[in-house]
Design a protein around this ligand. Structure first.
Ligand code: DGL
Length: 275
């Protein structure tokens, strides 16, 4: 029998750390390997085929590390690459392994937050164009109206640590105005990009009072816990020593500095060669 190995958690850069943080809080005993593809981030404005190729390369890297289960803690990768990897690649390269995303668990519950059945989605260009949230939410909540707004400047502002400065206000206000112009009755706004929780306070400042703002880390963590309960055959493949390893495809010094902000505590990073 193969030795138990960590869960892989992936993002284009730092955003997935906001999800990993919640997963670790929920499931502290498990081992995790995080990979940020910082050298090629952001993914948000890249084409479908580029995001798919990059994500597949990173998934293969996790498999080389031995991970039996990989969570794509990135909406852009989940929207543009997950289905093809699950349906076309996994059966050939690793039929016994699993890759999960963040869109499905989020869309399963987000409709429950809205009283008036009007949900707003804030996300990258890639996620919005994929229409994944609209399609998936309608599967679980056919009576919920979904309004999407791309926020192409938000990830670059966060990656450059400018998101709490006054410069960021312009873009945050602009995109929220565009969202609520689609329907002023929206009462629930989903942060459908794993970077956005870093700007939570600013988003809240410019969002109409009473509107619920939903980050997805906690939702994804709960869903992973349920998945592992339902799949004991996968659960026993995962090592449980409370270990965490952090990898980046770019500079480890830069990663360590910024990752601490996203993850909420200091980390030590290693370099990963991908592709
Ligand atoms: N964190 C990624 C997401 O959830 C987006 C970052 C990027 O554009 O690379 O969509």
């Amino acid at each position: 029998m193969q030795k138990a190995q960590p869960i892989g958690v992936f993002d284009s850069g730092y955003g997935g750390l906001t999800v990993l943080k919640e997963i670790v809080e929920k499931l502290p005993g498990y081992d995790y390997i995080y990979l940020g593809d910082n050298a090629r981030a952001p993914y948000g404005n890249r084409s479908f085929s580029t995001v798919y190729q990059y994500t597949l390369q990173c998934v293969k890297w996790f498999f080389q590390q031995g991970c039996p289960l990989v969570v794509l803690a990135c909406n852009t990768a989940s929207a543009k690459a997950l289905r093809t990897i699950q349906q076309n690649d996994l059966p050939i390269i690793a039929p016994e392994k699993r890759v999960l995303g963040v869109i499905r668990p989020t869309t399963e519950v987000v409709g429950n937050y809205s009283d008036c059945k009007n949900v707003g989605i804030l996300a990258t260009n890639g996620t919005v164009k994929s229409e994944s949230y609209v399609i998936e939410i309608h599967k679980f909540f056919p009576d919920v109206a979904v309004y999407q707004q791309a926020c192409p400047m938000w990830v670059p502002l966060i990656e450059n640590n400018e998101h709490m400065g006054h410069g960021a206000d312009f873009f945050i206000k602009k995109n929220l105005r565009q969202l609520f112009a689609q329907n002023p009755l929206i009462d629930t706004v989903l942060l459908a990009c794993t970077h956005y929780p870093l700007m939570y306070e600013k988003i809240e400042e410019f969002t109409p009072l009473g509107v619920k703002i939903i980050p997805q880390g906690n939702i994804v963590a709960n869903s992973l816990a349920t998945y592992l309960q339902r799949h004991p055959e996968m659960d026993k493949e995962i090592s449980k020593n409370g270990h965490r390893l952090f990898y980046t495809t770019d500079s480890t010094e830069d990663f360590e500095e910024k990752a601490a902000i996203f993850y909420g505590q200091p980390i030590v990073a290693r370099h990963a060669d991908i592709g």
